[in-house]
Design a protein around this ligand. Structure first.
Ligand code: FMN
Length: 194
């Protein structure tokens, strides 16, 4: 069981509930729920409403596609994440559709869409673990992804699994207390004081 967060001020219960596990249940995620995850992401705001986020995913029951996509994770993340029933990669389109100019907010917007997706997941009792430990060049090659898309992050998604199935070092992290910097280190009121 993950220890409770030390909340400084009340927040949405979904925010309080979310955390990033590494042990996932084998249970497949219903297609309708997968669609709901991407629907949540679709409604994120973005600069110029450009919606630069893109997602590619594979489910464990489609082993050819899944194994192909899992190559996009680095070896360390592959060890645990490539057991999750759903693997997703988040991409960002680097240029605007309307004028072809660089979109400096593409990653910001893709991250925001990912946050929407993660809260929708949590609301449906799904958990996800995002990963910067990826091999973008490998994924670009195996899926023939064009240069106009940055491959930003991976996500392992599933229902909560049994931490006992993890190797010792990862099991300990699964039970570690969640930590965050205090407001005083993050937020500056009326002046820049950080
Ligand atoms: C963009 C991003 C990249 C991350 N990369 C990795 C990763 O490669 N491997 C990993 O095990 N966890 C990764 N994490 C998970 C973070 O370590 C985790 O979110 C953080 O410790 C806070 O824990 P919490 O999500 O349980 O609140 C990443 C998270 C984010 C948002």
């Amino acid at each position: 069981m993950k220890p409770a967060k030390e909340i400084q001020f009340p927040v949405l219960s979904t925010i309080e509930k979310r955390w990033s596990p590494r042990a996932f249940s084998d249970k497949l995620i219903e297609t309708e729920k997968i669609n709901r995850l991407f629907e949540a992401a679709r409604w994120a705001p973005s600069a110029f409403n450009a919606q630069p986020w893109r997602f590619v995913y594979a489910t464990k029951d489609h082993s050819d596609a899944y194994d192909k996509i899992a190559q996009g994770l680095n070896p360390w993340n592959q060890k645990w994440a490539a057991k999750a029933p759903l693997l997703v990669f988040v991409l960002a389109k680097k240029t605007f559709d309307h004028n072809g100019k660089p979109n400096a907010y593409a990653w910001y917007d893709a991250g925001q869409a990912a946050a929407y997706l993660s809260l929708q997941a949590t609301e449906m009792d799904l958990y996800l673990h995002q990963m910067a430990g990826i091999e973008p060049d490998v994924l670009r090659n195996v899926l023939e992804i064009g240069e106009d898309y940055d491959i930003v992050a991976g996500m392992a998604i599933g229902y909560l699994g049994d931490a006992a199935t993890l190797p010792d070092d990862l099991r300990e992290r699964e039970h570690a207390a969640p930590t965050r910097k205090p407001h005083s280190e993050l937020v500056s009121r009326n002046d820049w004081t950080l």
